[in-house]
Structure formats: C-alpha cells, structure tokens
Design a protein around this ligand. Structure first.
Ligand SMILES: [Fe+2]
Length: 318
C-alpha cells in the first residue's frame, strides 16, 4: 500500500528516532542549553593577570567623586579589569576633561584598565575622533588605560570568555537637549550597528556569546514604566527609544548571549530571558541591570566563566 510504503518500516523507525531526539534535552539540535559549555578558543585581548574576576559598572554620568570611589573599591578587591556599560562621562569642555584625567590617573596608580561601552549621554563628536587600536578598540591617545568598544565589537578575554558589545540608546529627554552641546544624534543604536555585531559573531563561528554588554535593555526583558508623562516625552520620542530596544533584542536573538549586562535604566535588578532566534533556536540568557552613580547596585564584581557567562556576582556597597 502506498501509505505503508511511505511511512512504514525504516520510515517509522526514523520518525520515532527524530521524536526521541527532539524530546530528550541535549539531543535536540534546536535547543541550546546554558549548561552545555563549548570549548573557547582564540587570542586574549590583553595580557592581564588571569584572576577570573571582573568589575562591572553602570552609568557614572561624569560624576568624579562617585567614579573614584568605585575605582578605589574595585582596586581594593584586587580587580584589574573594569567593564563599564555606558553613560560613562565622555563629555565636552573642562569638566569632561577633568573627569577623564582624574579617573585615568587613578587607573594608572592602581594598575586598572577600563573597557567602556558608550551610552547615550556621551560626546559622540569626540568618540568619532578616536583611533582604533590593533585589537579593534577605540582609544584616546592621552588616556591609554581607557578603551571604548565600537558598536558590534567582539573579543575574547584573558580567561577565554567570549564578549560582545552593543552600546547606544535613545534619550527619553531628547526634546529638552541641544544638539552638539548635550545631545548627539549618534546615540541612536542603528540596524547597521546590530548587523555588524551579528556579522562579527558569525565570522568567528561562535555558537553563542558568553557575555553581552549593552547600554540599553533589550525590548521585552522588563517593562520600564514612567509614573508621569512630561510634555517633552512625545509619542515620537517614545517610538524612537522603543525601536532601538527592539533592534537590540533582535540582535541578541541572533548571537544568543548566555549573560547580558546593561545600564541606562538606573535600576539594579536580575532578570532572565527565554528567547527564540529568527531561525527558531531557543536559548536562555541571564540579565543583570546596573544602577546609576550614587545608587546601590551601580558596581559589582563578577566571576567570568568561559562557556557559561558569569558566575558569582558580588555587589560593591557604597
Ligand atoms: Fe543612558
């Protein structure tokens, strides 16, 4: 019979095997589990001591005294590498220069290096004038202890963990700011930026990113509500900000991070995301939101675990 010929015998056996593979965790090729590390290979970005611990910091907004207190606390805990998730304090004029100079001096004195993902409140005119170093980081000649991540930048750290950065975000108060003075249109996370991240990850044949550092929170991870709606927060601005979070989420769904740390929303929280890529791959991601300067949860120490993302996270208390 035609029906028996197409489904019976070997066909039925193959179908049962496929069903078994799909149902049993670890045998389903479409399901990526976070407890299955993959071997990490590549060239470390620098020759820092392998401590397995990094510093992570949220928005500093050019606040010198607060930033200095975090640097002192990081150094006291033996941290040599700090990742900053944006609204760092790259700012024009004398106050901006004082911020960079003071922090850089502290980093030299304590043998610290900072890797910074730019946010929305940053001087993008100055960022555009930075030079790329041989590892693809943006640099300021006078401040070699600071390196800034171009959007979509990827790297493997000294512990073998795979990192990706995607900075930028929309300013909800953009209508109250002046272009080139305290607002720069280059804050916008564009589709081009997201495509570059995906292309970078794919060109290195990474199945997943261990740790993704962003300024904004990808859409859908958490509902951020405003308790009041000022006149300057127009529907156009709301859309402008929301579309960037959606782009970020789509990029995240392509590179499947095990962990994602972000700032921008000035709130310290832990969340998780069970995502689905455009090609139908399910994945799980742990999310860490960092608070802003002057707030609890602005800075943490985290263990880096290649193939897993982050391990223990310790909050630096003020
Ligand atoms: Fe921000």
């Amino acid at each position: 019979m035609e029906f028996r010929d197409s489904l019976g015998g070997a066909g039925l056996l193959a179908g049962a095997r496929q069903l078994f593979d799909w149902l049993v965790p670890g045998r389903n090729p479409d399901c990526i589990r976070s407890d299955q590390p993959e071997p990490s290979v590549g060239v470390p970005i620098h020759n820092r001591p392998v401590t397995g611990r990094i510093g992570l910091a949220g928005d500093w907004h050019g606040n010198v005294s607060w930033a200095m207190s975090r640097i002192r606390l990081f150094a006291a805990q033996g941290i040599s590498t700090i990742y900053h998730v944006g609204d760092f304090g790259l700012w024009p004029g004398a106050t901006g220069e004082y911020f960079l100079k003071t922090l850089h001096r502290a980093c030299v004195d304590r043998d610290l290096e900072m890797f910074i993902v730019l946010g929305n409140h940053e001087d993008y005119h100055r960022a555009a004038a930075m030079q790329l170093d041989e590892q693809g980081w943006l640099c300021l000649e006078s401040y070699p202890r600071f390196r800034f991540a171009p959007r979509g930048h990827t790297w493997i750290d000294a512990h073998g963990a795979r990192f990706a950065a995607l900075g930028g975000a929309g300013s909800i108060d953009r209508n109250t700011r002046r272009i080139g003075i305290d607002w720069w249109p280059q804050e916008e996370l564009t589709q081009f930026d997201c495509d570059r991240l995906v292309a970078n990850v794919r060109s290195q044949q990474w199945a997943r990113v261990d740790v993704m550092l962003t300024h904004d929170a990808p859409a859908g991870l958490r509902r951020f509500g405003m308790t009041e709606r000022p006149a300057w927060f127009t529907p156009e601005i709301e859309d402008y900000c929301a579309i960037q979070r959606i782009r970020l989420r789509h990029a995240m769904d392509e590179v499947l991070p095990r962990w994602l740390a972000h700032g921008h929303w000035h709130d310290y929280f832990r969340d998780s995301w069970d995502g689905l890529s455009a090609s139908g791959t399910y994945y799980h991601c742990e999310v860490l939101g960092l608070a802003a300067d002057g707030m609890r949860g602005n800075a943490v120490i985290a263990e880096v675990l290649p193939g897993f993302g982050l391990g223990a996270i310790t909050e630096l208390l003020p």
